[in-house]
Design a protein around this ligand. Structure first.
Ligand code: SAM
Length: 288
């Protein structure tokens, strides 16, 4: 039975005496039309193995289960475990993992090898979860995810705009982002304070820049850490004392102005700069 309507959702939650947690981004989908569009956008095949992050009461999970081979769903809130035990009971091909998605590793998934992600992501951790899943689960080829509109704007942000950020450039390293649709806050219970959007992320066949990922991501983080300043100042602050001329020279050699700011660089520019800096750029390891 579908869970995606206000009265079913209220009934399931009332039965367990359960209360929403704002911190965990618990805004459950109650609009069948929006849910149908998310599932359609995911273009699922019968042999797909889908990973969902943020099961909630299983609203999306129970829609995915009948159309794919297997669903693995991750939920952090232990209070939802008994609720999910009931709502997911009719679906033998669903595996529930009670865990923080930020700490999820391939080993947690047992023998499941998800190739797609479909999720209404918890808003507080949507951006880092997207980067971590791409980094840690190489078999995931695409994601169709609901995120808050600001995160969607950043995923499709163009250089030089306010939406263009370190997250935009790092995500572009892994995937191509397309906005599927805008979503009103009224399709959730409780309604969040912001609107949302559904985004499709398609992993590149090969990383688009042939540079060590940790060095590249650290350069992107450093560049955007002071986005109003010249890139040289922001990047050299993370290098040995007196490195400004080294960065200026590297920028000149790749044909960029010494006065350029991080927000004007494409992913390819960051890649060329990392290569040009060579051993002069030895950052601390990155997590994302
Ligand atoms: N899939 C459901 C739906 O569409 O109605 C619920 C989506 S709700 C926006 C996000 C869910 O993610 C909540 O159930 C919340 O408890 C869970 N969550 C929050 N932070 C999490 C984390 N770090 N790891 C796993 N789940 C998390």
């Amino acid at each position: 039975m579908r869970l995606v309507n206000p009265s079913r959702t209220a009934a399931v939650l009332q039965q367990s005496g359960w209360r929403f947690s704002r911190e965990l981004g618990q805004n459950f989908l109650i609009d069948p039309n929006t849910l149908d569009k998310i599932v359609a956008a995911a273009a699922l095949e019968p042999d797909d193995v889908v990973l969902e992050i943020g099961a909630g009461i299983g609203t999306l999970t129970v829609e995915l289960a009948p159309i794919v081979a297997r669903v693995v769903t991750v939920e952090i809130d232990r209070r939802l475990e008994p609720v999910l035990a009931e709502t997911l009971a009719p679906h033998a091909n669903v595996t529930l993992i009670m865990k923080d998605a930020m700490a999820l590793a391939a080993e947690d998934l047992g023998d499941a090898r998800p190739n797609k992600i479909v999720a209404n992501l918890p808003y507080g951790v949507a951006a880092p979860v997207i980067l971590r899943v791409f980094a840690r689960l190489p078999e995931v080829k695409s994601m169709v995810v609901m995120v808050q509109r600001e995160i969607a704007d950043r995923l499709v942000g163009r250089p030089g705009t306010k939406d263009y950020s370190a997250f935009t450039v790092k995500a572009a390293y892994y995937c191509r982002a397309q906005r599927v649709m805008s979503v009103s806050r009224n399709v959730f219970t409780p309604a969040p304070n912001v609107d949302s959007a559904v985004i499709r992320l398609t992993r590149h066949e090969e990383p688009p820049v042939p540079v060590d990922r940790e060095r590249l991501f650290a350069l992107i983080t450093a560049g955007f850490s002071q986005r109003r300043k010249r890139l040289t100042n922001a990047v050299s602050a993370e290098m040995a004392a007196g490195s400004k001329p080294v960065v200026d020279e590297a920028l000149r050699r790749i044909g960029l102005s010494e006065n350029i700011r991080a927000e004007a660089l494409t992913l390819d520019d960051f890649g060329r700069l990392a290569r040009e800096l060579g051993k002069n750029w030895q950052p601390q390891p990155q997590k994302g």
